[in-house]
Design a protein. Structure first.
Length: 492
């Protein structure tokens, strides 16, 4: 009996050992599969393909969740074995003149080389990261390894523009599984998420008649009455714009009213004190003081750190049809044209003194170049029929041209009265917001329709379809004269 019991016991032991071996082997296989990334989320799309650097000096090959960098016929770098690469981008993300490899990848562990001091140990699970490697022309070296991203990213896209007049090329766009797009910037160490919308406020004609500047000269030397009711709105917006209808001067002998204006420089100082970011100057009165007025106005605004659009000084020989302003990482190209200059000829020696709305081919080229260097294009245009409450054929013609060119917002001035505004859409689905006329901001015109103007306001946001207008409207303004002949503007 004892011998049979021993045999049965031995068989049980063998079964247990066999079971343990099976479990260990199964566990080892599962562990190896896990370490190899076999159980990563099924929604991941693993890309394959080849990218070249900007000068085609080397190629980046993504295949089978690995990246190789090849120079001529030699592979000079292969991504570490612990990384499973989902996507790769090539871009000079830190603007140091050398390309970086930006990897959207998966690896075990939540943190990079260093973890926060309050965390005792790294997590042993797969998480999604962005890794940055620097290529210096000969070798690839680690630049940055992020902690886990914190949300599920389906796609990364680095900024494609290499040259432009404003703003760095260090943006990285991440698209999550819901299609939400976020924008990230490379700073001194790593990526920082940026606000992805910009708010605009735009005011109409700053038409400084004699009664207005006389009051300021004798009663308010800083002309603070002009914008005091708008100052909070101006400072709260990301980009604030006003149309300076008349040229500035610091020479009292040049002060003037209609038909040839000359506006005390104190008005410009009040514009600066109010916090305006941009002043549009291409108007029919831009040459009322000749090139002296152009030169002085342009220089004053530049010295005040205000973007001056639509005019160029005597010394500016190269045509500059647009400027780019960057707010919250969004690059907005701004152009400014006028229908004419009241018959005053532009000097032959300064052909770009005032940007005119006349050469269609040239303006189409201006807009095309501006679009290539920006995210969003706004055209400020001085056009239309004075005192007409509806757009004329000239406005409609150019509106269609701007829409065809892919302009995002068009803001009109000159009629001195409010005209309609609308959101237009072309056959490809591109949208353009157009304000045909936002009327006067301030003037001494007596016509009833001229005392009501408007503040155009719109917001540009980053969406899955790119930068789009997400909010827009027009707030009515009214000009009132007080007993002491002070002229003020307020919301209606």
């Amino acid at each position: 009996m004892l011998g049979n019991s021993t045999k049965r016991f031995s068989r049980k032991v063998i079964k247990i050992i066999y079971g343990i071996v099976v479990l260990v082997c199964t566990g080892a296989v599962l562990y190896m599969l896990w370490r190899g990334g076999a159980f990563l989320p099924g929604w991941i799309t693993w890309e394959n393909g080849t990218l070249w650097d900007a000068d085609r000096q080397y190629e980046v090959i993504l295949a089978h969740k690995k990246v190789k960098v090849r120079q001529k016929d030699n592979v000079i770098w292969t991504s570490p074995g612990g990384l499973k690469v989902q996507q790769v981008q090539v871009n000079d993300i830190d603007n140091d003149g050398q390309d970086e490899l930006i990897l959207l990848c998966w690896r075990i562990g939540k943190y990079g080389k260093s973890r926060p001091f309050w965390v005792e140990r790294n997590e042993q699970k797969w998480s999604q990261h962005i890794a940055v490697y620097e290529y210096d022309g000969e070798k690839v070296k680690t630049k940055w390894m992020a902690s886990d991203i914190g949300f599920e990213v389906c796609e990364i896209r680095a900024d494609e523009r290499k040259e432009h007049s404003a703003g760095p090329d260090n943006r990285l766009f991440l698209t999550d599984r819901k299609g939400q797009l976020t924008c990230w910037f490379w700073d001194s160490w790593g990526f920082t998420k940026e606000t992805t919308e910009v708010s605009f406020v735009v005011f109409g004609d700053n038409l400084i008649h004699k009664p207005i500047y006389q009051y300021g000269l004798y009663h308010d030397e800083k002309f603070s009455f002009l914008y005091k009711n708008m100052k909070e709105t101006i400072t709260e917006s990301d980009i604030s714009v006003i149309n300076q209808e008349t040229p500035l001067t610091d020479n009292p002998a040049r002060y003037g009213d209609y038909p040839q204006f000359g506006t005390p420089v104190q008005v410009g100082e009040a514009i600066s004190d109010a916090g305006f970011d941009v002043v549009t100057c291409a108007t029919n009165h831009a040459l009322d003081q000749g090139m002296t007025g152009i030169d002085f106005t342009r220089q004053f605004l530049e010295d005040a750190d205000i973007l001056c659009l639509g005019i160029q000084s005597t010394d500016e020989k190269v045509y500059q049809p647009y400027d780019i302003i960057v707010r919250n990482g969004i690059r907005t190209a701004m152009l400014n044209y006028t229908y004419g200059t009241n018959g005053i000829r532009i000097p032959e020696k300064s052909p770009n003194a005032v940007h005119l709305l006349e050469d269609e081919e040239r303006i189409r080229a201006d807009i095309s170049k501006a679009k290539a260097e920006s995210d969003f294009v706004v055209v400020f245009v001085h056009w239309g029929t004075e005192y007409a409450e509806k757009p004329d054929d000239f406005q409609k013609k150019w509106t269609q041209i701007f829409l065809e060119c892919g302009v995002d917002v068009t803001v009109g001035t000159h009629p001195h009265v409010l005209q309609p505004y609308e959101l237009l859409r072309d056959d490809s689905g591109h949208e353009m917001l157009v304000y045909y006329s936002i009327g006067n901001y301030i003037s001494a015109q007596s016509e009833k329709s001229c005392v009501k103007g408007g503040m155009a306001e719109f917001t540009v946001s980053l969406t899955k379809d790119g930068y789009r207008i997400t909010e827009y409207g027009l707030k009515p303004l009214v000009i009132t004269w007080e007993e002491d002949r002070k002229c003020v503007v307020d919301f209606l």
